[in-house]
Design a protein around this ligand. Structure first.
Ligand SMILES: [Ca+2]
Length: 604
């Protein structure tokens, strides 16, 4: 079963450690565990019986007693958790942001400036970007909107019983990120016009996800095939796939991977979301090895999600914790290929009463931020949006240089991606994030740089060569750690990856960081305990073991990990109210960033 790739999180051991140090008598909402201990949070304290909690000594501010008898309080997460240990307290829950209360402070985490930091016109829709390029959006359909007027040139539905409109709320959001003209926000909201990166491009709406966000391999393959067969009629140069499912077998035999390869070789740049399983620590890999299919295919451009911290500056941007990490399962393909803004993206709201907008805690945004106005935008997080932003960047590049092959587009975007991300490990919401090659790939999408390198031989590859992402292989051990190298020869001849020209030389000018097999596992100390360990690489306990990952021929055997309800298939990960409605995804009353606990005051 396919699911759209938008932010979902799961419980993890590392997160539970935060709670373990607190004596807990009462209970608390699980989203509190996902916040930093020092985050200031507003909570509702449900007292035990008719008792009166005494907050003295706990550094908790009581704001009011509600008509229910509950107390509305604020304080640091650690102090709130401590209060939950009082015998007079029954339960504490985050005071979630709800539309219309006026207390929510949504932040516009994606602005086109984020990927065009030096472009003076990025703030405004640039109708010249993407002109003449068709983008096949294979998703949950698109519902027409003023922001998308004239941009949806063709629609097909592959979902039985549903027309091509968007009853899930995913595809319309992505369409806005790609071609949105910002018509409904021309008057601005917090100074922003909410628009896409390539308003000049055209969307070919191929609906495969139903109103619950679900599809299957066969349906997606049908849609990709349609795009291939009609690419000439609509000049389809890009396919956006913000969907996926677990890897069950090598990409060489996976039917979905094979189909994206077919599209790629037909001249279509296929952009695929990496997945949102970066918090998955089910087998102790801390999210490594969770790249979805078909994102695991070496040819396609696989995108992870960054967090812009709701500022235009890129210097404060952070990697998200939920973005799936490589290497890919079974084949060990080095993924993702790059990262792009994906956290708390504002984009077009489907008006077809979509599923996502009906979820508790959904952040809907009207053009003036005025709740009396009908909302035209919705905030969503995940690698889905990051893929759409990248599809729009690819369309923009192809609008400028129409003769580029998919491999040349991929190479340009990867070579020009910013390599300046801090490589040290940081702990965000209880999850350790290291900006290593399996987390951020070749770096952070920079469309301005990509456009500026037109004709520069250092930033392209010869026509006829493949930009296949390499395989990661174990070279040996050094100081007790595994040394990991790149092997670009495993996929066959004429591949170009793995050389220092792509991965290594542009990393702060230091080819010894990512491109060198002698350094991996030693420079990134924290990472060496994760992907440098045999837990991740090739051991029978994880990789390829039928006891863990299951056999390729029997999907049912996979239920111990990938197929189980505890990982991909469960409502706790994919779209249930326990995730979607929580402040960690939709944004709490803090108005801050769900992934970092940022207080949201940085504004924009
Ligand atoms: Ca920023």
């Amino acid at each position: 079963m396919l699911r759209r790739i938008i932010s979902g999180t799961i419980q993890s051991g590392s997160m539970l450690l935060v709670v373990a140090s607190v004596a807990v008598a009462g209970t608390h909402s699980p989203d509190l565990d996902r916040l930093q201990a020092t985050d200031n949070v507003q909570v509702i304290v449900h007292r035990s019986g008719n008792s009166t909690p005494d907050y003295s000594g706990h550094q908790i501010t009581k704001i009011a007693t509600l008509p229910t008898g509950d107390d509305l309080c604020s304080g640091a997460v650690a102090n709130v958790l401590a209060v939950s240990g009082l015998s007079t307290v029954s339960h504490i829950t985050v005071n979630h942001s709800v539309q219309g209360t006026g207390s929510a402070k949504p932040v516009y985490d994606f602005m086109p400036q984020a990927v065009q930091p030096t472009s003076p016109i990025a703030k405004f829709p640039n109708f010249g970007q993407g002109v003449g390029v068709g983008v096949a959006l294979i998703d949950s359909g698109v519902t027409p909107n003023a922001d998308l007027a004239g941009s949806i040139v063709h629609s097909e539905t592959f979902v039985n019983g549903e027309d091509s409109k968007d009853y899930y709320g995913h595809g319309t959001h992505l369409a806005g990120l790609i071609v949105g003209k910002g018509v409904n926000s021309f008057s601005g909201y917090k100074g922003n016009i909410i628009h896409g990166v390539a308003p000049g491009a055209k969307i070919i709406n191929l609906k495969v996800l139903d109103k619950t966000g679900t599809s299957d391999d066969a349906t997606v393959i049908k849609a990709i095939e349609w795009a291939i067969n009609h690419r000439a009629a609509w000049n389809i140069k890009v396919i956006n796939l913000s969907l996926g499912r677990p890897v069950f077998e090598s990409w060489k035999t996976d039917p979905l991977a094979r189909e994206v390869e077919k599209a790629w070789l037909a001249g279509i740049t296929v952009v695929v979301a990496a997945g949102n399983a970066g918090r998955d620590n089910t087998v102790g890999t801390q999210g490594y090895g969770t790249i979805a299919s078909p994102a695991n295919h070496p040819l396609v451009l696989t995108v992870g999600a960054m967090n812009t911290e709701s500022t235009k500056s890129r210097t404060d941007d952070l990697m998200t914790t939920y973005s799936s990490k490589g290497p890919s399962l079974l084949d060990h393909v080095v993924k993702p290929d790059l990262v792009a803004p994906g956290n708390r993206l504002w984009s077009v709201l489907s008006t077809s009463k979509p599923f996502l907008a009906a979820q508790t805690g959904a952040v809907l945004i009207s053009s003036q931020g005025d709740d009396d106005n009908a909302p035209q935008y919705i905030e969503l997080s995940g690698t889905s949006g990051a893929a759409a932003v990248t599809s729009a960047a690819a369309a923009t590049l192809l609008g400028s240089e129409g003769s580029l092959t998919p491999d040349q587009v991929k190479a340009r975007l990867m070579k020009t991606a910013d390599k300046s991300l801090d490589r040290t490990s940081t702990v965000i919401s209880g999850f350790t994030v290291t900006n290593d090659i399996f987390t951020v790939g070749a770096g952070y999408l920079n469309l301005d740089t990509a456009l500026s390198k037109k004709g520069d031989p250092k930033y392209t590859i010869p026509a006829g060569t493949y930009a296949a992402s390499p395989a990661a292989v174990i070279r040996g051990t050094q100081n007790g750690r595994l040394v990991i190298g790149l092997d670009s020869t495993v996929w066959g001849s004429s591949t170009v990856w793995g050389s220092s020209t792509v991965w290594g030389s542009l990393v702060n000018g230091d080819s010894t960081v990512w491109g060198s097999s002698t350094v991996w596992g030693s420079v990134i100390d924290a990472a060496s305990t994760v992907w440098g360990s045999s837990t991740v690489w090739g051991s029978s306990t994880v990789w390829g073991s039928s006891t863990v990952w299951g056999s390729s021929s029997e999907p049912g055997a996979l239920s111990t990990v990938w197929g189980s309800s505890t990982v991909w298939g469960s409502s706790t990960v994919w779209g249930s109210s326990t995730v979607w409605g929580s402040s960690t995804v939709w944004g709490s009353i803090l108005g801050g960033d769900p992934d970092t606990g940022d207080n949201g005051n940085s504004g924009n």
